[in-house]
Ligand binder design. Sequence first.
Ligand code: SF4
Length: 431
Amino acid sequence: MGSEPRNMRLDGIYKQRQEGYFMQRVKLPAGVLSAEQAYKVAAVAERFGRGTVHLTTRGSMEVHWLVEGDLPRVKQELAKVGLTSRGACGGAVRGVTCSSQGAAAFPGLESLARRLQRHFTGNPRFEGLPKKFKIGIEADTAGGRHLIQDVGLVLSGSDAGVSTYDVWIAGGLGREPRAGFLLAAGVREERLLPVIEAVVAVYARLAPPPKRLKFLARELGEDEVRRLIEAEPVYGEQLPPAHGFADNVTPEVAGGGRLVAPVFAGQLTSARLRDLAAFADEYAGGVLQVTADQDIAYPLAAGVDAGRAARELAAIAGTSPGGAAPVTFRICPGSHECSMGLAETRNVAAELLGVMGPAARGEAWALSGCPNSCSQPQLAPLGIVVAKLVAMEDGSRSPRFDLYRRGGGGLGEKVREQLTLGELTEFVKSV
Ligand code: SF4
């Protein structure tokens, strides 16, 4: 994305496709934010941007259409409610994600995400890395998201009351997708910081910019990468367990269930985000969760009238309770705003939604505007990547689409390539 100075990226800022405009990404540990924080993001987008907020598949929020002179003020305003963007872009440890927000164990995962984010954010030892470094935490392996992280933690059980995690490393999508491999099983929670630090240290020392950790796994082999990590002095460090109150804001005890407000392509207006924050205050203890499908979810507080809450949320989200379920469709910004985008993803998705039959509407889809695969198309049952632009006789350029299908527990496989939009539309009709 663009070629702005690295320090801007470390502050979570990318140049937009449109000259003179910037995007500010905001890290949300495990995708969770408070209603107060949501009000602030809405206000920042309205005051400094064009009143739109984008939800990412990694549970972050992005504010587009900012001008350079306003960027320091944007950072200050976000800091007033405890939001940080440090390391949200560039060669740093990115926001810690979690797609298991509906799991019973989620409050503990959120607490761990917050601890990891505090530890790795803004620490010069973990900045200036060859490229991005992504950490994800999951309650299980069902969604396959542990396979696409530099470090993917999967809850495996508990040992004398302490949670244990399987540690997967060296996964990633992008132009060369590679599934991560299991570094260590059943690691006690207090061992995670030294283990992850050792992984970062090996990556920082041996990977040439702009390669990800998966490059080392391919070049050196998984066994050698494991040996190097285990040989790091920090790997064996013993830290005391983190006693004290947990700082997750998602309640420990499930109350009235969970509701999801679908958000097309993760695109919200400031006004809609304020409404969603007000809903959180009324029904969900002031907690919002940005999901991996770019929607907003709520853990309902105990004792709320779930039926009334569902009707009110449907009114805010513009859906009808009991009506046709919205299609799950992850969509990156594409050439609407992203400098790497090869097609206007939201328009392509709207066209495809228009021809979907019932079976296609029951599938989960993902569309990425370039091979960087930010919407994680290799983790959707049906994933679409805009692979390239082809020059036409009339001087225009026409997108070509690759199609991925995911059936088992690994990454999706490319099953069709170089489809025109017409061919892609015909395929979607046939599902
Ligand atoms: S996948 Fe989408 S958001 Fe990611 S770099 Fe490509 S166009 Fe931009």
